[in-house]
Design a binder for this molecule. Structure first.
Ligand code: BJW
Ligand code: ZN
Length: 243
C-alpha cells in the first residue's frame, strides 16, 4: 500500500517528524482550528498573547490550568508510540509545535519544542524557571519571589520562538532524508517554514492528515487518514518487508 514510501525508507537514515495538534487528537486533546477546534469556543486574541495575559492574568492562567488538566488526563496514542518505535531503526528527530509534552511522555529521545511546553512556567520579569512544578490549586498566576506573575512557557502570538529549538530544527530538516508532516494545518509561521527548508534540501516530504491542507499539493506524498492508524501501519509494513 505504501510501496513508494517503503522504498524511500529502505534507503533513508535520518527521519524527521514535524508534528501538530492533530497527532494528539486521538489522545483526546482538541486541535486549535476546524469544527471541533478550541478557537471555535475561545478567542485566541483574548488568551494567546502577552497583552491578554497582562490585561487579565487570572483569565489566561485559568485557561491554561484547564488545558493542563486535559493534558495530564491524556495518554500518548499509537501515533506517538509508533514514532518511538521508528527510533529503533532510524535516526529520528521530532520537531513539535505541540505544548502537551506527549512525545516526551511516550519516550521519544530527540524532541525540539517550537511553541514551548505547558508543563513549564517562568517569571515574566526575572525569567526564573518553574519547570514541571505543579500549581494545582492556583486560580491566579502564582507570584515569583521578585513579586511578578509566573506565566506558562508557551509561545504566544507575536512572540519569538526559542532560538535554540528553532535553529536545531532547521538543521535537522536540512539533513533529513524523509520529513513527515503530521497533523498540522501548516499555517502558523515561522514553524511552518521548516517544511520548506526540508523540501528545498531535497528531503522526501510525506504529509499525514485527515484532511488536505495548504501544503498537500506540494508534498511528495499525501497520506489521508489518522496519524494513530497510518504511522503504526507504515511501521508494520516496513517490518514485514525489510526488518
Ligand atoms: C489530524 C488528526 C488526526 C486532526 N490525524 N491529522 C497576521 C496577523 C497576526 C500574526 C501573523 C500574521 N501573519 C503571520 C503572523 C505571525 C503568527 C502566525 O503565523 N499567525 C498565523 C495564524 C497567520 N506567528 C506568530 O506570531 C509566531 N511568532 C512570530 O511570528 O514571531 C515573530 C514576531 C515577533 C514580534 C512581532 C511580530 C512577529 C508565534 C506563533 C505561536 C503560535 N502559538 C500557538 C498557540 C499557543 C497558545 C496555546 O497553546 O494555548 O501554537 S497557535 C496554535 O497554532 C498553537 C499550535 O502549535 C499552532 C499550530 O497549530 P496546529 O498544530 O497546526 O493545529 P491546527 O488545529 O491548526 O491543525 C490541526 C491539524 O490536524 C488539521 O490540519 C487537522 O486536519 C489535523 N488532524 N486530527 C492526523 N487524528
Ligand atoms: Zn521573578
Amino acid at each position: 500500500m505504501y510501496e513508494e514510501l517503503l522504498t524511500q525508507l529502505s534507503i533513508s537514515k535520518r527521519i524527521v517528524f514535524f508534528t501538530g495538534a492533530g497527532i494528539s487528537a486521538e489522545s483526546g486533546i482538541p486541535t486549535f482550528r476546524g469544527e471541533e477546534g478550541i478557537w471555535q469556543k475561545f478567542r485566541p486574541e483574548e488568551l494567546a498573547n502577552f497583552s491578554a495575559f497582562m490585561r487579565n492574568p487570572k483569565l489566561v492562567w485559568e485557561w491554561y490550568q484547564y488545558r493542563r488538566k486535559i493534558v495530564r488526563d491524556s495518554l500518548p496514542n499509537p501515533g506517538h508510540t509508533a514514532i518511538v518505535d521508528f527510533e529503533k531503526y532510524f535516526d529520528v528527530t521530532i520537531i513539535t509545535q505541540n505544548v502537551d509534552n506527549l512525545h516526551n511522555r511516550a519516550g521519544s529521545k530527540k524532541v525540539y519544542e517550537l511553541h514551548g511546553n505547558i508543563e513549564r512556567n517562568y517569571c515574566v520579569r526575572c525569567k526564573r524557571r518553574f519547570d514541571y512544578i505543579e500549581f494545582p490549586d492556583a486560580e491566579s498566576p502564582p507570584l515569583c519571589d521578585c513579586g511578578s506573575n509566573i506565566r506558562p512557557d508557551i509561545v504566544w502570538f507575536g512572540e519569538y520562538l526559542p532560538q535554540d529549538q528553532f535553529a536545531a530544527s532547521e538543521k535537522a530538516a536540512e539533513q533529513s532524508d524523509i520529513f513527515f508532516v503530521v497533523g498540522t494545518s501548516s499555517i502558523v509561521y515561522p514553524a511552518a517554514s521548516i517544511t520548506s527548508i526540508a523540501k528545498s534540501a531535497g528531503s522526501f516530504v510525506v504529509e499525514i492528515n485527515i484532511a488536505e491542507t495548504e501544503i498537500s499539493n506540494r508534498v511528495n506524498l499525501f497520506l489521508k487518514g489518522k496519524s494513530g492508524e497510518i504511522l503504526p501501519e507504515i511501521l508494520n509494513q516496513l517490518k514485514v518487508k525489510f526488518l
